[in-house]
Design a protein around this ligand. Structure first.
Ligand code: GDP
Ligand code: MG
Length: 160
């Protein structure tokens, strides 16, 4: 169970964040993790992982009828990804803001995609689009026992 930390403005929730193969190949792992760390979210799970095709297809099942779906599956399975579970108040929407628009050319400067990528098909990072999908995706990508229960010593300096 998720430890309960009561927050006035927003629910504690979890987002599945993944550095895609281009982010790993381009040496952006530290840079991307650092953005979520510095913001003040709590890292509950982290692994480098070679994604099998069936998992990529399940993860992106809502896009299975899109013309780019086969290319998307090839991309996500083309090399190791970094899988992360991040927790915090409002983390799902906030992470989407930190990540920026799907098309990196439309993503604002200051966002991960706005600063570090140029093409939709190589947009370096994934973030869940709802708390329900955050839960679904973390259950999909992590096995029992792979997440850690811990509290950061920074917690009282992040949330009053
Ligand atoms: P996201 O939530 O911002 O990642 O965007 P979506 O859920 O709409 O799409 C999932 C992923 O599919 C994107 O991050 C891209 O990697 C890829 N994708 C989406 N649209 C396109 C497209 O038009 N062309 C290509 N090649 N890939 C796309
Ligand atoms: Mg999406």
């Amino acid at each position: 169970a998720v430890p309960q930390r009561i927050v006035a403005s927003s629910e504690v929730e979890r987002s599945y964040i993944m550095i895609k193969p281009d982010g790993v190949q381009r040496g952006l792992v530290g840079e991307i993790i650092s953005r979520f760390e510095k913001k003040g979210f709590l890292l509950k799970g982290l692994k480098l992982f070679q994604c099998p095709k069936d998992l990529a297809q399940e993860h992106y099942k809502d896009l299975k009828d899109k013309p780019f779906f086969p290319k998307l599956i090839d991309y996500i399975t083309s090399g190791p990804v970094v899988c992360m579970a991040w927790e915090g108040a409002g983390v799902v929407a906030s992470a989407r803001k930190l990540i920026g628009a799907t098309n990196p050319l439309q993503a604002e400067p200051g966002t991960i995609r706005g600063d570090l990528a140029v093409q939709t098909g190589r947009n370096v990072v994934h973030g869940s689009d709802s708390p329900d999908n955050g839960k679904r995706e973390i259950e999909l990508w992590f096995k029992e026992g792979e997440l850690c229960q811990w509290e950061s010593v920074q917690a009282p300096w992040l949330i009053e």
